[in-house]
Design a binder for this molecule. Structure first.
Ligand code: SAM
Length: 261
C-alpha cells in the first residue's frame, strides 16, 4: 500500500495520543463546547480534536471537513465504535462548504489553517481569505471561529521552515507561510469577524522517552532521513528537556477566537 504523508500523520497521532495533549487541552478550553451546539471542524486529521469535541455535544453535532479522503475514512471507521454525533464531509481546495444557511455555532480548526495556502503555488493568503468568507456565510450571528495554528516568527514556524525539504517532510517539504497577529486581524476585518482574543502559547509536546520522540517526529512528518536525524534536527530549532521522567519538545501555537459581527 502506498503510504502518503497523511497516513503517517495519522499513524503518529494514533500511536502516541498523549504527545500533543497540552495543545489539545488549551484548544478544548478555548472551544468550550456545549451540549446542543453545531460545530464545524476544518482539518480532521486522525480525529485528534474531532472526538473530544463530539463527546461534549449531546444532541448537537460536529461536522468535520478534510481534503484528505483517507483521513475521513479513518474517522468514519473509528466512529462506528464510538457512535458520536459526527458528520464527515469532503473539503475542497476552493474552501466552499456544502452548508446553505448560517447554522454553525462555532467553526474550529487546529494545526490546519496554514495548509490552505501554498508557497509553491504562490497563493499568498487567498486560500485562508476564501475560507474565512465561507466561515462568515455559514456561521450564526455572534458565532465564533476558534483557530489554533502556527504563527509567523514563532519557534514552530522556524522549525517548519527548516523542514521545507523532502528529506525531513516527504514529499513536498513544508511549503506553507504563517500569519502574524496583524495579518490575521486584517483577514478577520475583511471578512466580517471581530477578534475577541489572540494568544500565542507554549504547548510543548510530551514524550515518555527520547526513542518515542524520534519515532513520533519521524513518522508525523513522513521523513526520509533516519529517526535519529529527525530528532537531532528538531533539537536545533526547538528546546528539548527532561523533567520528572518525561521529555519535552517545545512547541508554540496561536489561539484565536473571533466573533461574526
Ligand atoms: C497538520 S494536519 C492537522 C490535522 C488535525 N487537525 C490535527 O491537529 O492533528 C493538517 C490537515 O490539513 C489537511 N490539508 C492538507 N492539505 C490541505 C489543503 N490544501 N487545504 C486544506 N487542508 C489541507 C490535511 O488533510 C490534514 O488533515
Amino acid at each position: 500500500m502506498k503510504t502518503n504523508r497523511w497516513d503517517n500523520y495519522r499513524k503518529a497521532n494514533d500511536k502516541f495520543p498523549e504527545v500533543r495533549k497540552k495543545e489539545l487541552q488549551l484548544m478544548l478550553k478555548k472551544v468550550n463546547p456545549q451540549s446542543g451546539e453545531i460545530i464545524m471542524e476544518c482539518g480532521t486529521g486522525n480525529g485528534y480534536l474531532t472526538f473530544p469535541i463530539a463527546q461534549k455535544l449531546g444532541k448537537g453535532k460536529l461536522i468535520t471537513y478534510d481534503v484528505t479522503p483517507e483521513n475521513l475514512d479513518a474517522v468514519r471507521k473509528l466512529n462506528k465504535k464510538f457512535n458520536l454525533p459526527i458528520e464527515i464531509k469532503q473539503q475542497t481546495i476552493f474552501y466552499d462548504f456544502e452548508e446553505t444557511d448560517s447554522s454553525m455555532d462555532k467553526i474550529i480548526s487546529i494545526a490546519s489553517f496554514h495548509h490552505y495556502d501554498n508557497k509553491i503555488k504562490k497563493t499568498g493568503f487567498s486560500g485562508r481569505l476564501e475560507a474565512l468568507k465561507e466561515f462568515h456565510r455559514i456561521i450564526k450571528k455572534n458565532g465564533k471561529i476558534i483557530i489554533g495554528d502556527v504563527g509567523k516568527n514563532t519557534i514552530s514556524s522556524k522549525y517548519f521552515d527548516s523542514i521545507n525539504n523532502p528529506k525531513f517532510c516527504f514529499p513536498e517539504g513544508h511549503p506553507h507561510e504563517f500569519l502574524d497577529k496583524k495579518e490575521i486581524q486584517n483577514l478577520c476585518l475583511q471578512t466580517g469577524f471581530e477578534i475577541e482574543s489572540y494568544e500565542v502559547a507554549h504547548v510543548p509536546w510530551v514524550f515518555d522517552s527520547e526513542d518515542q520522540a524520534k519515532e513520533f517526529l519521524h513518522t508525523i512528518h513522513n521523513a526520509k532521513c533516519s529517526p535519529e536525524e529527525s530528532l537531532a534536527h528538531a533539537k536545533k530549532y526547538l528546546k528539548f528537556w527532561k523533567e520528572n521522567n518525561k521529555y519535552y519538545l517545545d512547541w508554540e501555537l496561536f489561539y484565536l477566537i473571533a466573533k461574526k459581527k
